[in-house]
Design a binder for this molecule. Structure first.
Ligand SMILES: *Cc1c(COP(=O)(O)O)cnc(C)c1O
Length: 374
């Protein structure tokens, strides 16, 4: 059997490793000049909008909700198919999560169902760009404007993705990104929030560090309850280097995704009953290449054969959030979001990362064919 092929692997070059060494030797290792430089570079990347960095993507969404004043008694609509953080942050601020089912083709939240789920208590929508494929921003912001709702875009997976030629993050309301190890741009752990104005950015700074404001040489005050969410310079310097390589990373992911489609061939879906992702080469950054297995295929068995017989790691992104015990205890149950439940049971993430080869893609496709026995 060939060498184990994981579903993802971070892309870190020697220059980045050297830059981390420089920061560690510099005498300033937590938030400092590299964080400032990274925030400036991100702001330029996002068309000049204010950007602040944090130690996770999760906290950026929680802080965006706090800045919007969302809390107890408010409802926030989101998708059941995401990393559980997307819904957990709604609970974290004391608000009520409301799910809307997904579209089976994009696997993103179905915006018609979002509109149907709006009540007088709805204050915000958290859409997720699953695998980097953007939710329809025109439709999303039309709904938000019509119902006067805030939007916290969970663009954790969507750095480098586009909507009608514009970068995700360069327009819209709050836009949240994660720099966790598996993401297209990583700082090991981390995230950033794109904000609307300097006032929101100032609030974000307070929420990320204990609500502290400093003035002059020795002035300090605390007027809101903040947490401990700041990014370190060690992480920021990794991000600075990654950002310079992002276009190459995205281009490589596109090329590999294209190779997947070619290798699977036009008749793969018909022959197997499995579903390939939407073949989108205009908007998505190809954060993941996800297959929905045929009805009746047991995903765990599929993953076991892929791993043990073919040496290939697959991922699960994601089981439906509303069926986790903590959410069931809040009244959610099987049958409420049938598309999410059906997709959530059968979705698997195939290997896709910049240093994979075309031969690796062919190896995965051949293993998938054998495992589905065609
Ligand atoms: C990674 C991810 C998050 C959370 O980001 P962290 O940096 O791990 O906190 C949230 N939502 C989605 C869709 C993600 O992929």
């Amino acid at each position: 059997m060939s060498e184990f092929l994981p579903f993802t692997r971070p892309y870190i070059d020697e220059a980045t490793i050297a830059a981390v060494g420089d920061v560690l030797r510099s005498g300033w290792i937590t938030s400092g000049p590299k964080v400032q430089a990274f925030e400036k570079a991100l702001s330029e990347y996002f068309g000049g909008r204010p950007v602040r960095t944090f130690n996770s993507g999760t906290c950026t969404m929680e802080i965006a909700l706090r800045i919007a004043g969302i809390g107890a008694g408010d409802e926030v609509i989101t998708t059941p198919i995401s990393w559980v953080a997307t819904a957990n942050v709604i609970l974290e601020v004391g608000a009520t999560p409301v799910f809307a089912d997904i579209d089976p083709v994009t696997r993103n939240i179905d915006l018609d169902k979002v509109e149907a789920a709006i009540t007088p208590k709805t204050r915000a929508i958290i859409p997720v760009d699953l695998s980097g494929l953007p939710v329809d921003r025109d439709h999303l912001y039309a709904i938000a404007a019509k119902h006067k709702l805030r939007v916290v875009e969970d663009a954790a997976q969507a750095i480098g993705s586009l909507w009608q030629g514009k970068r995700i993050g360069s327009f819209g309301d709050f836009v949240s990104f994660s720099f966790q190890a598996n993401k297209n741009l990583t700082t090991t752990e981390g995230g950033c929030l794109v904000l609307n104005n300097e006032e929101e950015a100032g609030l974000a700074e307070k929420y990320r560090l204990q609500g502290v404001t400093r003035t002059g040489f020795d002035g300090m005050d605390v007027d809101i309850l903040g947490g401990k969410f700041n990014m370190t310079d060690v992480a920021a310097v990794i991000g600075l280097n990654q950002l310079q390589q992002l276009n190459d990373i995205t281009a490589r992911r596109h090329a590999l995704a294209k190779h997947y489609f070619n290798a699977f061939g036009a008749d793969f879906e018909q022959l197997t009953g499995a579903q390939l992702p939407l073949a989108n080469f205009e908007n998505t950054n190809w954060h993941m290449f996800q297959l929905v297995l045929p009805q009746g295929t047991i995903r765990a068995d599929f993953m076991q054969v892929m791993k043990e017989q073919h040496g290939i790691g697959c991922g699960v992104h994601y089981p439906p959030i509303h069926l986790f015990r903590m959410y069931r205890e809040r009244g959610f149950k099987e049958g409420m979001f049938s598309v999410a439940e059906s997709v959530g049971k059968r979705i698997v993430t195939l290997p896709l990362f910049p240093r994979m080869s075309e031969a690796d893609v062919e190896r995965v496709v051949s293993a998938v064919r054998k495992t589905l026995s065609i």
